[in-house]
Design a protein around this ligand. Structure first.
Ligand SMILES: Cc1ncc(COP(=O)(O)O)c(C=O)c1O
Length: 397
C-alpha cells in the first residue's frame, strides 16, 4: 500500500494529502463518456482515502428536519417542509456537490493536487468549496463579473477562490479553460450531474423521514429545478421503489422547464434568465429528466416571493425564493387533492435558507424595484392557509 495517508500543510494553511500519485485526467472538464483509455484510471490510494472521507462526512451528517406546515383545512393531506437549509453548507447543493466529487474521484478524474474549477456563483460553489477544502484541493468558482460581495464572501469563507468574468455567459468556457491550463478538473455540474447517481440521497431521506413520523408514503413531492438533478434523483428513487408518489416541479417565469415539458420539447429555449435564484433555466439542462416528473407548475415570480414571506410569517422559517415557489406549488397541488378527494402527505423541498436574501427578496424596496406586486398573492396564500380552498380570483396555472 502506498503511503498516501500522510498529510502535509500548504502555505495557505490547508491540510493537503501528499502528492504521490497522478493528478487525475489533466485538464479534464467533460463528463465520462464511457471510453476506457489513458484518460480514465481507477482511483488510486489517495482517491480511495478521499472517497472514504466524503462517505464519512455523509454518514456523520444527520438528516435535515421535516417540518410540519400548520395546514389543517385539507383533510388527510398534511404538508411538510424538508428543510435543506440545515445542511452544513446551507442548501440542497451540499449532497449534490458531494455526489459530484465522489463520482469524479471514482472515475479517476481527481487526484492529489488537482485544482478544481466550476462555473457558478451560487449554492453549488459554496458546497464545492467546502468539500474541496476537506480534501485539500484548490477550488476556483468562475462567476459573472456583477456577482456581489456577499456571494463572493460565502465562497471565499470556505477557502474557494472567486474568478469574475464578463460577459456572464463566458463563465462556462473560462472555467473549462482554467482547468485545462492548470491541469485541473472542471466539475461542470450542469453537464456532469446527468451521469451522477446518488442512491440513498434526498428522495430516500424524505421517504425515511415520513415513515419515522408515522406517515404513509407521500401523495406528492414538490421541488424546483435548476440543473434538474434534484428532481431527477427524487423521481428516479420513487420509480425505483414503485411508489405511487407523484413528483411536481415548480418553474419560475422565463424558465424553459414548464413550456418545454408542456410541449414535449427537450430543446425548448426561452433565452431569458430566471429571476428566482436557484431554479429556472433558459433551456432544460441535461440532468433534468421529464420522464420521472408528473407535473410542472409555472409560478409567477411575485407569487414565489409572497410565498417565501408567508412561510416565514406562519412557521418562522426563513427560506430562499425557490422555497416560496415550492410552497405556492404545494398549495396548488393540495387544492387539487381537496377537489379530487385524494389523501396523503405532501412534502415540499426548502432548498436553502433566507439569510443570503435579506437585502433582496426579503426587502420591500428591492422587490418593488423588480416590479413585483406581492399583495394579491399574499391574500391568496393567507386564504388558502385558513380555508384549504384556493381563491377563484387567482389565475390558475
Ligand atoms: C435553492 C435551490 N437551488 C437549486 C434547486 C434545484 O436543484 P437542481 O439544480 O438540482 O435542479 C432548488 C430546488 O428546489 C433549490 O431550492
Amino acid at each position: 500500500m502506498v503511503g498516501l495517508s500522510v498529510v502535509t500543510r500548504t502555505t495557505a494553511g490547508q491540510d493537503r494529502f501528499r502528492r504521490t500519485e497522478g493528478t487525475g485526467a489533466p485538464g479534464s472538464c467533460t463528463p465520462y463518456d464511457g471510453r476506457v483509455g489513458e484518460e480514465n484510471r481507477a482511483p488510486g490510494a489517495w482517491a480511495r482515502r478521499a472517497i472514504g472521507l466524503l462517505l464519512q462526512e455523509r454518514a456523520a451528517g444527520p438528516p435535515t428536519p421535516l417540518r410540519p406546515f400548520p395546514l389543517t383545512a385539507v383533510p388527510g393531506a398534511p404538508l411538510y417542509v424538508k428543510d435543506e437549509s440545515c445542511r452544513p453548507t446551507g442548501s440542497l447543493k451540499h449532497g449534490q456537490a458531494r455526489a459530484l466529487l465522489l463520482d469524479a474521484l471514482r472515475r479517476g478524474r481527481i487526484g492529489p493536487g488537482t485544482a478544481l474549477t466550476e462555473a457558478t456563483s451560487g449554492n453549488m460553489a459554496v458546497a464545492q468549496a467546502h468539500f474541496a477544502r476537506l480534501l485539500g484541493l484548490e477550488y476556483t468558482a468562475v462567476v459573472p463579473g456583477r456577482t456581489g460581495p456577499a456571494k463572493r464572501r460565502r465562497i471565499e469563507e470556505r477557502g474557494g477562490r472567486v474568478h469574475p468574468v464578463d460577459p456572464p455567459l463566458a463563465v462556462y468556457e473560462r472555467a473549462r479553460a482554467l482547468a485545462q491550463r492548470t491541469g485541473g478538473h472542471c466539475l461542470d455540474h450542469l453537464r456532469s450531474l446527468a451521469a451522477v447517481d446518488d442512491p440513498g440521497g434526498l428522495g430516500a431521506e424524505i421517504l425515511h423521514d415520513l415513515a419515522r413520523a408515522g406517515e404513509p408514503e407521500p401523495a406528492w413531492i414538490v421541488v424546483g429545478a435548476g440543473s434538474g438533478a434534484t428532481s431527477a434523483a427524487i423521481g428516479r428513487e420513487l420509480r425505483r421503489r414503485g411508489h405511487g408518489t407523484r413528483l411536481a416541479v415548480v418553474d419560475p417565469e422565463n424558465s424553459a422547464y414548464f413550456p418545454g415539458w408542456a410541449a414535449g420539447a427537450r430543446d425548448y429555449s426561452t433565452g431569458m434568465p430566471s429571476r428566482t435564484e436557484g431554479i429556472g433555466r433558459p433551456r432544460p439542462e441535461p440532468a433534468f429528466d421529464p420522464d420521472v416528473v408528473d407535473l410542472v407548475i409555472p409560478v409567477p415570480d411575485a407569487a414565489s416571493v409572497a410565498a417565501m414571506r408567508h412561510l416565514r410569517a406562519v412557521t418562522g422559517l426563513a427560506a430562499g425564493p425557490s422555497t416560496g415557489s415550492c410552497l405556492w406549488g404545494a398549495f396548488r397541488v393540495l387544492d387539487r387533492m381537496r377537489r379530487d378527494g385524494t389523501r396523503g402527505p405532501v412534502v415540499l423541498v426548502a432548498g436553502d435558507g433566507g439569510e443570503p436574501y435579506r437585502a433582496t427578496y426579503y426587502d420591500d424596496a428591492w422587490t418593488a424595484a423588480q416590479g413585483w406586486d406581492l399583495a394579491p398573492h399574499l391574500a391568496d396564500l393567507a386564504e388558502f392557509t385558513a380555508t384549504g380552498t384556493w381563491p377563484v380570483r387567482s389565475s390558475a396555472p
